[in-house]
Design a protein around this ligand. Sequence first.
Ligand code: HEC
Ligand code: HEC
Ligand code: HEC
Ligand code: HEC
Ligand code: HEC
Ligand code: HEC
Ligand code: HEC
Length: 402
Amino acid sequence: MINSKNVKYTILSILGLLLIYLFWYVKNAVEISEYLEPGIVATHYNGANYVGSQTCYECHAVIYKTHLETAHFNTSFYPKEGSIKGNFRSDSNELDLGSVRLKMVMDEDDYFQLSNVKYKTKEVVKSKIDIVIGSGVKGQSHLNWKGNDLYQLQVSYFQPTDSWVNSPNFPENALNRKVDDNCLKCHVTFAQHKDKTSDSKSYDRERIILGIDCERCHGPSENHVKYHRQNPDVLVGKFIDNFKKYNRQQRLDACAVCHSGLQAQQIKGNPFSFIAGDTLSLYSKNYRNVNSNTKLDVHGNQMGLLSESSCFINSPKMDCITCHNPHENQRGNASVFNAKCLSCHEVNTINKVVEGQEHTASQNCISCHMPLVPSEVMKLKAEDGINEIPVYIRTHLIGIYE
Ligand code: HEC
Ligand code: HEC
Ligand code: HEC
Ligand code: HEC
Ligand code: HEC
Ligand code: HEC
Ligand code: HEC
């Protein structure tokens, strides 16, 4: 016998189940569409969207992980214990510059510079360190937000002496100086101007991508990620450039945009307009020193120096990637670099005797042919006021030094 009560219950339970299924379906559909639509972190001036390097992890895990260890990835970041260098505790956290006294302090979460201009006022100005510039291999500088403007603080960390110093080229009591694209362009992936139409040097604080990340070298990658999430069976990269298809100039330009020294003049767009694959000479022009000696702006000018080397001039295919893997930290790995030299030079055909010895494959080639040279830019006056303590940079003018 059919019980009308039972029928009611059955219908109700079926309805209930349907409802649960509907919830589940909607929630899943939202999750899938969220997955297929990566979150946008910033928008380039050409309209393309950045999605951030975490997005790359699911398909390029190995590259993602090794990249975290590079000086590029760590060249700018929000201050955090372990990465921010220098002493913020009260034994050697002070710097006296004559007219201004400075002190570096920290509380639970944040780091600050305290400054007090002597003779003028007793007032102590407390400036928060909002962004750190520099991986710390050589040093670190600090930036502070005032509204939407960024300022570099007076004190920097200097690795060779492991101490606080006046920031390079800083007047003694400037306390801070405004930072624009000409500082950020080489140390961040992207910074979006507050007002896109003008030459504004105010930034959108939510749209700044710190570190030199995947999308700095590979371009904003939203379309690439979307496509491959929707088409997991396609194993050829879409909507992304392959460096192997670039000509030599394009490959060089992708690095030269930041490794040609500090004196570049913008002739098109702004310093973030150029992306890999473009021709750099259409965007900026370098005032290059013509005299070819190691003094040629060693600071950051690997491109200028390399291009004057006999290796480079006589090898039609040599570029930065010949010796560097952009995804790995290779600093100090002499055997990797020796192998690169030996891929073109056979030691047993080098008939030159050096210091009574023949060339052998186990010698460290760069110690003689790419020596460390003092930087003209990053240096510190020693306490005697006369001598200078420089940072040493590996010259890319490969040659014979005595
Ligand atoms: C859903 C998977 C997926 C995601 C997410 C993804 N990629 Fe890819 N990518 C691929 C596939 C598949 C290829 C082709 C095979 C390969 O080279 O690994 C590729 C290739 C590439 C290439 C080489 C291009 C070529 O022609 O060989 C680059 C560069 C690249 N991806 C960069 C990125 C970056 C940067 C991100 C993060 C913003 C990213 N990918 C995220 C799937 C993905
Ligand atoms: C044209 C590109 C470029 C610009 C502009 C630039 N830098 Fe650099 N910077 C570099 C390069 C490249 C290095 C690595 C050292 C080298 O090769 O000389 C570097 C190194 C540094 C370091 C040391 C990092 C380490 O190795 O530990 C600091 C700190 C730094 N820069 C701060 C700044 C600040 C602050 C500004 C703006 C006032 C600035 N840079 C502008 C390219 C640039
Ligand atoms: C400093 C610039 C730079 C950065 C940063 C960078 N790449 Fe690359 N990437 C390159 C260059 C240059 C090549 C071409 C290498 C070659 O031709 O051997 C390349 C090649 C690739 C390829 C092709 C396969 C391969 O191994 O050659 C993939 C995939 C890729 N990059 C993904 C990434 C991802 C993901 C990140 C971030 C985690 C990243 N890259 C960060 C410069 C960079
Ligand atoms: C957006 C600017 C930018 C681009 C593009 C760029 N670099 Fe750099 N590179 C830097 C800066 C800044 C540093 C210094 C990082 C630091 O120590 O804080 C650096 C450091 C390095 C170092 C030293 C790493 C170490 O362990 O200290 C190498 C090698 C290097 N770059 C090679 C390359 C190559 C090769 C390319 C092209 C594939 C490239 N870079 C593209 C800005 C850039
Ligand atoms: C892509 C190939 C290639 C690579 C890689 C290469 N070289 Fe060379 N190098 C050349 C060529 C070609 C010449 C010019 C002809 C010659 O002297 O053999 C040259 C010339 C030289 C010279 C003579 C310089 C002069 O001014 O007379 C020295 C020294 C040298 N290379 C050292 C090195 C060292 C050290 C490395 C590794 C850090 C290296 N090379 C990597 C191709 C290369
Ligand atoms: C012939 C090989 C070779 C080529 C080509 C080459 N480099 Fe290097 N580079 C080296 C070696 C070797 C070092 C030293 C690595 C170390 O200290 O462990 C180095 C170091 C660097 C450093 C760190 C300098 C320092 O002292 O902190 C930067 C930045 C750099 N290279 C950028 C470039 C760029 C950009 C290009 C292309 C214009 C390039 N390199 C081409 C071999 C090369
Ligand atoms: C102790 C220092 C030292 C080391 C280490 C060293 N070289 Fe040399 N190399 C020299 C000197 C000095 C000369 C020039 C000798 C002369 O002209 O008589 C030279 C000459 C050369 C030349 C030019 C040869 C020619 O025919 O003009 C090449 C190429 C070269 N070295 C490559 C290398 C390579 C590759 C390595 C590493 C396996 C290396 N060197 C290690 C000091 C060194």
